[in-house]
Design a protein around this ligand. Structure first.
Ligand SMILES: NC(=O)c1ccc[n+]([C@@H]2O[C@H](COP(=O)([O-])OP(=O)(O)OC[C@H]3O[C@@H](n4cnc5c(N)ncnc54)[C@H](O)[C@@H]3O)[C@@H](O)[C@H]2O)c1
Length: 497
C-alpha cells in the first residue's frame, strides 16, 4: 500500500468511527452521500459500500440534495444534525426515534391488552436501546423491571430508568456477590415473563425457590445463551423462545451490527486520540467464522485491514476461504504475526495461555463473542507470572517476566457491550422486535408449548423484517421528498477529525 492510499484509507476509517460513535447508527443498508471528488472521498465511499451501505458521491452538497440520503460524509456539522446525545435522557430519546419496529410491535401488544399488568423482567445489556424497550413495555401497561450484569450496566441509563418508574436491579459497581444478590432479588418478584441475554438468569431461576411459579416463559437473545441452556440436565422447565435463531435476529444482529460495533469500539479504545494505531494494513486474526466472525471480518476488510481466519469447523473455514480471506489451521501459529487478535467464537478457552505467549509482542486482543474466560488471561497471571498494567480506558497490558507483553481490551469482555454502546440502534430494533414477538408467542401459545426451547414461528420472524424493511425504504423516500430544496447545510466542508 502506498503512503497516499494509506492516508486515504485512514481518512475513511476516522470518518466511519466518528459516525458510529456519534450516532450509534447502522452503516449497512442506509444511504450515504459522500461529498467531494478527492481520492480520500472515493476511499470513504468504497469503505462504506463494502460494509453494505448505499453510497453515492457528489461534488457538492447541492448535488446531493436531489438524492435521498441520511448522512453527508463531509463537513464540520455533527451527524446528529443539531441534536445533543450526551445525557441519558438525550441518548434514550435519540434511540427512541430510530426504533420503529419496537414501537409498532409494542403498540400491537398494548392494543390487544396482552401485557397489561404482567410482570416482565428484562436482563439485557443496559444501554439506551434496552431502556427504550423497557419504557415501551411499561407504556403498554406492563410492570417492568430490569437486571443487568455490572460490566454491562450503564450507570446513567440505570438511574434514568429508575427515575422513570422502572424497577432497576443493576449496579455497575457491584462485586460478584452483590450481583448475585441483585439477580436473586430480581427473580424473587414472581415474574410472568423473562427476557434474557446469555441465559444466566433463566438458568438461575431454576434454582431460586418460587421463581418459576408464575413464569409463563422466557425469551433468550444469544447464541451462547442457547448453547448454555442445551447443557442444562433435562433442559429448561418453562418454554423458552430461541430469539437468537430468528433470521431477523441472526442475519442482522450477529452478522452485521456486531461487526460494525465491535470494530468501531475496538479502534476507539486502541486509538483514542485518533492519531496513532490504525486498522489500515494491520494484520487481524479472527477466531471463529460464524455470523459474528464473518461480519467482523467484513468490516475490518472494508477499512483496509488484512484478515486471517481460524475456525475449527472446516465448513466455516471453507466459507472464509471462499469469501477471500486467508485461512490458517492453527490459531497459535496465526497469532504470532497478528497486530490484532479477536475471538468471535463464544467459547471459553479460545485464546489460551499458549497463544498469549506466542502472540506478537504488543498485539491487541479483544472479544466479539462474549463468554467468561474466552481469553484465558487469568491463567497467564496464575501460572505464567504475568501482571496487569493499566494502559488506558478499557485497555490493560499483560506483562510477562521475560519482557513479553500483549494488550487486552476490557479484560476480555464482550467488547461492544462492556466498553461501547452495543450494537447499532436499527439492529437492536430488529432484535428487540423479535423479543416482543417472542412475548406474544408465549402469551398466545405458552401453555401449549410446554417446557423446552422453541423456535420463533416463521410468520412472526417475517413480520419483524417486514416492518423494518418498510421503514428503511420509507426513510429513503422521506429524505428524498424533504431534501429536494432544504438539504443545504452551512458549514459543509472538510471534516474536522
Ligand atoms: N458482541 C455482540 O454484540 C454479539 C452479538 C451476537 C452474538 N454474540 C456472541 O458471539 C458469539 C458467536 O456468535 P455466532 O452466532 O457467530 O456463533 P456460532 O456458533 O455460529 O459461531 C462460532 C464459530 O466459532 C468456531 N469456533 C469454536 N471454537 C473455536 C476455536 N477454539 N477456534 C476457532 N474457531 C472456533 C465455531 O466452529 C463456529 O464456526 C456467541 O457467543 C454469541 O452469543 C455477540
Amino acid at each position: 500500500m502506498t503512503q497516499s492510499s494509506h492516508h486515504q484509507a485512514r481518512y475513511a476509517e476516522l470518518i466511519f468511527r466518528r459516525y458510529a460513535r456519534e450516532t450509534n447508527q447502522l452503516v449497512a443498508g442506509t444511504r450515504h452521500a459522500v461529498i467531494g471528488g478527492d481520492p480520500q472521498h472515493a476511499a470513504l465511499a468504497d469503505a462504506l459500500r463494502s460494509m453494505g451501505a448505499h453510497v453515492r458521491q457528489f461534488a457538492t452538497v447541492h448535488d446531493a440534495a436531489a438524492w435521498p440520503h441520511t448522512i453527508t460524509h463531509a463537513g464540520t456539522a455533527s451527524y446528529l444534525e443539531g441534536r445533543a446525545r450526551s445525557t441519558a435522557a438525550e441518548r434514550i430519546a435519540w434511540a427512541t426515534d430510530h426504533m420503529p419496529v419496537v414501537a409498532t410491535l409494542a403498540r400491537d401488544l398494548a392494543e390487544n391488552q396482552r401485557i397489561a399488568g404482567l410482570k416482565i423482567g428484562m436482563c439485557l445489556v443496559l444501554e439506551p436501546k434496552t431502556a427504550v424497550l423497557a419504557l415501551t413495555l411499561a407504556a403498554a401497561g406492563a410492570q417492568v423491571s430490569v437486571y443487568a450484569h455490572p460490566e454491562e450496566t450503564d450507570a446513567q441509563i440505570a438511574a434514568e430508568l429508575a427515575n422513570r418508574g422502572i424497577t432497576v436491579f443493576a449496579d455497575a459497581t457491584a462485586n460478584p456477590d452483590r450481583a448475585q444478590e441483585l439477580m436473586d432479588e430480581f427473580l424473587n418478584q414472581h415474574l410472568n415473563l423473562l427476557i434474557d441475554d446469555g441465559a444466566r438468569v433463566i438458568r438461575r431461576a431454576h434454582h431460586v425457590a418460587g421463581a418459576l411459579d408464575e413464569l409463563i416463559g422466557a425469551a433468550e437473545e444469544t447464541t451462547s445463551g442457547l448453547r448454555n441452556l442445551a447443557k442444562e440436565p433435562g433442559g429448561p422447565r418453562v418454554p423458552v423462545i430461541a430469539v437468537n435463531n430468528a433470521r431477523s435476529k441472526t442475519w442482522f444482529d450477529n452478522a452485521v451490527g456486531t461487526g460494525q460495533s465491535c470494530v468501531s469500539t475496538i479502534l476507539d479504545i486502541i486509538d483514542p486520540g485518533q492519531d496513532g494505531w490504525s486498522i489500515v494494513g494491520a494484520d487481524v486474526v479472527v477466531a471463529g467464522y460464524g455470523p459474528v466472525g464473518r461480519g467482523f471480518a467484513r468490516h475490518v476488510r472494508a477499512l483496509g485491514g488484512l484478515v486471517t481466519v481460524v475456525d475449527t469447523d472446516p465448513t466455516c473455514a471453507l466459507r472464509a476461504e471462499i469469501d477471500g480471506y486467508q485461512v490458517r489451521a492453527s490459531l497459535v501459529e496465526a497469532v504470532a504475526t497478528a497486530d490484532l487478535i479477536v475471538s468471535a467464537t463464544g467459547y471459553a478457552a479460545t485464546i489460551t495461555p499458549d497463544m498469549l505467549r506466542a502472540a506478537r509482542p504488543g498485539a491487541y486482543i479483544a472479544v466479539a463473542g462474549g463468554v467468561d474466560d474466552e481469553v484465558q488471561w487469568g491463567d497467564a497471571i496464575r501460572h505464567d507470572g504475568a501482571t496487569w498494567e493499566p494502559v488506558g480506558f478499557a485497555l490493560e497490558s499483560l506483562r510477562y517476566p521475560n519482557g513479553h507483553h500483549v494488550n487486552i481490551l476490557d479484560r476480555g469482555g464482550c467488547i461492544n457491550c462492556t466498553a461501547g454502546e452495543g450494537n447499532p440502534i436499527e439492529i437492536m430494533d430488529l432484535s428487540f422486535g423479535v423479543q416482543l414477538s417472542a412475548l406474544d408467542v408465549l402469551l398466545t401459545r405458552g401453555r401449549d408449548l410446554g417446557p423446552g426451547v422453541h423456535p420463533i414461528p416463521e410468520r412472526a420472524d417475517q413480520r419483524v423484517s417486514a416492518i423494518a424493511l418498510a421503514q428503511f425504504v420509507h426513510t429513503a423516500d422521506a429524505h428524498s421528498t424533504a431534501s429536494t430544496d432544504t438539504d443545504v447545510r452551512p458549514g459543509i466542508g472538510r471534516p474536522s477529525l
